[in-house]
Write a protein that binds this ligand. Structure first.
Ligand SMILES: NCCCNCCCCCS
Ligand SMILES: [Zn+2]
Length: 664
């Protein structure tokens, strides 16, 4: 299934008609450059174009008051003076004779997107709209927003499709207070937002934007705020918050639909955000949400005021929605102190509501929530810094790397008598391997006595890895007689000269895994039930689950809170996923794991399985081909000892692996 794209140039036909420094950044060109970038890159042609439509009164009234709607209805007939007058009652927003029409189109586009996804016409999609929506409230326009597009879409999805749980992720750099107010007492809508806050010194300067606003009454726990109290946040900071705050809760919440308040003012170069995360981060943020809700994801444009980074960020998002390989994120260096404080506060504020955060630490000693009365000195400093450093237009960043689709998505190497799963391209048998290579492998094994079919398997593995590294194939599945031996061979012999760093994810019981890596060329993370002595080196990390890999709650918690952060920091060129026989890992969890691991190494994942496990080849193939993994149903509370052990493991490892840090 495809990706929907909603865009209508009518929504570019309104603008600021008078002088207002607070509003001058919200210009029609925002939509024009975004759409043109999609056209120029060829991405728009790969999407399914869905027409915009006007939201009806009743749809708008799902969120807004009749009084407010009736008032806005009058604006098309107002004189310039009347429009100015009308605007004064609201904050940081402007009206225009055509903005009501555009606001209906913006909300209607979000609803069209929900229809397309919920009816299965498309898998996911994005609506490029203006005016944005997440600041507008029941009875008021605010922050360039007139109708709350995403809030209306959430209510609409529940009403029309009986959606039980909606996750709203707001990665815009401003707090979508309008969305928070709408759902703060509603446990069926989980709202997550990070936002520039600076201890309440940044717009909209609300006390309720802080991390301790967790929702009200039955909605307690279903509102998550992560305040950024410094500018300059980077990719590492964003990924840490996803791995340690949003994703554990999102998986426990298990939404039926994911809506994204896709604001791109959180990207580098934006005058509002003043952050340093690069446009390719949105490829990963999108990817990390794509295995929730069976892939049903609707992104709706909110902010984004640097036309260059906005266009690039939109393209990164759309390319991921289309299923293209992800770019490798360069030099992640762990979250900054302020970010760790913020995520620690958010985790501790929510640990009573979410079993996946149960073991979160107490808030940091330095209580960061109080509004710091900035001393005259600091204010002065700030104004001094104002000109040179704060001018974000001067910011430059590298063009996001090309994300080329290999000609073959998934290849397989199987014993001749095993049928190849649909969609996989079978690598031909060993006969086409040049004798030179086979002899090279023979002497690599240093024992001439290696039996023939073992050499065959390994030579085929070598071929597959060569093609992965050459980007001729995106990922692969290999069935071998002895998975542990094959893994040792891949790790010791086949990758040394082909790749720089291999992430080995070993699922299931340990079998003569006496391999210890110390040089950093291989990072082994083993998830199993084996209780073993201390981990042997920085590059060999055993995670043991009380009930083993069949405990999906413990498994996903280890994947989100340990494996993902490690993987991002290690930044491998190849991922080797080894399924030990008898691991007991549940199929949906196995598919979720494969889906999430695609975020690394441009999707170059090599799955190693034992021939006698060929029964799960189908679901493995489905995940390798990029089909969304099935939701992890009714997750139990993870075993306390597992949750506790994970926290201790993170504390022990965080000196070596900064992205594991969750406490300041
Ligand atoms: N420096 C100008 C102040 C603008 N404040 C309103 C921002 C609304 C963003 C909507 S995403
Ligand atoms: Zn914004």
């Amino acid at each position: 299934m495809g990706t929907a794209l909603l865009y209508d140039e009518e929504m570019t036909k309104y603008k600021l008609l008078w002088v207002d420094p607070a509003c001058k950044i919200e210009v029609p060109e925002r939509l024009i450059v975004s759409y043109e970038a999609l056209v120029r890159s060829g991405l728009s042609d790969r999407c399914i174009s869905i027409p915009a439509r006007e939201a009806s009164d009743s749809e708008i009234l799902l969120v807004h008051s009749e009084l407010y709607l009736e008032a806005v209805k009058k604006t098309p007939y107002m004189t310039l003076e009347d429009l100015k007058e009308f605007t004064l009652q609201f904050g940081d927003v402007y009206f225009h004779p055509n903005i009501y029409h555009c606001a209906k189109l913006a909300s209607g586009s979000a609803l069209q997107l929900v229809d397309s996804v919920m009816t299965g016409k498309v898998r996911n999609g994005i609506a490029l709209v203006r005016p944005p929506g997440h600041h507008s409230m029941h009875g008021a326009a605010n922050g360039f927003c007139v109708f709350n597009n995403v809030a209306i879409a959430a209510r609409y999805a529940k009403q029309k499709y009986g959606v039980k749980r909606v996750l709203i992720v707001d990665w815009d750099i401003h707090h979508g207070q309008g969305v928070q107010y709408c759902f703060e007492d509603d446990p069926s809508v989980l709202y997550f937002s990070w936002h520039r806050y600076e201890h309440q010194n940044f717009w909209p300067n609300l006390r309720e934007s802080d991390y301790d606003s967790v929702g009200k009454e039955s909605g307690a726990g279903f509102n998550i705020n992560v305040p950024w109290n410094n500018v300059g946040m980077e990719n590492s900071d964003y990924l840490s918050v996803f791995c340690h705050v949003l994703l554990p809760v999102a998986y426990e919440f298990c939404p039926d639909l994911v809506l994204v308040c896709a604001g791109f003012d959180s990207a580098i170069g934006d005058p509002e955000g003043e952050m340093c995360a690069t446009p390719d981060i949105f490829a990963h943020l999108t990817h990390l949400l794509m295995n929730l809700a069976g892939g049903k994801l609707c992104a709706v444009l909110e902010g984004g005021y640097n036309l260059t980074s906005l266009a690039q960020s939109v393209c990164q998002t759309v390319q991921t929605l289309l299923g293209d390989p992800l770019p490798q994120l360069a030099n992640l260096r762990g979250p900054c102190k302020s970010a760790v404080e913020s995520l620690q506060c958010a985790r501790s504020a929510h640990r009573r509501y979410w079993s996946f955060l149960k073991h979160a630490a107490d808030p940091p000693m330095t209580d960061i929530s109080t509004k710091h009365i900035k001393s005259a000195m600091e204010e002065e400093e700030k104004t001094e810094m104002a000109e040179e450093e704060r001018c974000t237009e001067g910011k430059v960043w590298p063009e996001p790397p090309e994300r080329l689709c290999p000609p073959v998505c998934s290849a397989s190497v199987l014993p001749d008598d095993v049928a190849c799963p649909d969609g996989l391209k079978r690598l031909s048998s060993s006969k086409d391997l040049e004798p030179l290579l086979v002899s090279k492998l023979k002497n690599r094994f240093r024992t001439a006595a290696v039996d023939g079919d073992r050499v065959t398997t390994f030579s085929r593995l070598y071929t597959l890895i060569e093609k992965l590294v050459a980007n001729e194939i995106r990922n692969g599945l290999v069935l071998v007689p002895d998975v542990a031996a094959a893994m040792m061979c891949v790790v010791q012999d086949l990758t040394s000269d082909l790749v720089k760093r291999v992430l080995v994810v070993c699922v299931g019981k340990e079998k003569e895994l006496d391999y210890v890596t110390t040089d950093g060329k291989v990072l082994v993370v083993q998830i199993s039930s084996e209780d073993r002595e201390e981990q042997r080196s920085k590059y060999y990390i055993p995670v043991c689950l009380k009930k083993g890999c069949s405990d999906t709650s413990g498994f996903i918690q280890a994947v989100l809170g340990l494996l993902l952060p490690l993987g991002y920091e290690y930044n491998p060129d190849l991922v080797l996923l080894v399924r030990m026989p008898g691991s007991g890992v549940v199929d949906s969890m196995w598919q979720q794991l494969i889906g999430l691991l695609q975020g690394f190494a441009k999707g170059h994942t090599l799955v190693l399985m034992q021939v006698n496990e060929k029964a799960c080849m189908g679901s493995t193939a489905s995940a390798l081909l990029g089909h969304p993994a099935p939701p992890l149903q009714d997750l139990q509370t993870p075993f306390p000892e597992d949750g506790d052990a994970l926290e201790r493991l993170r504390e022990r490892l965080q000196a070596d692996w900064k992205t594991l840090q969750t406490t300041s």
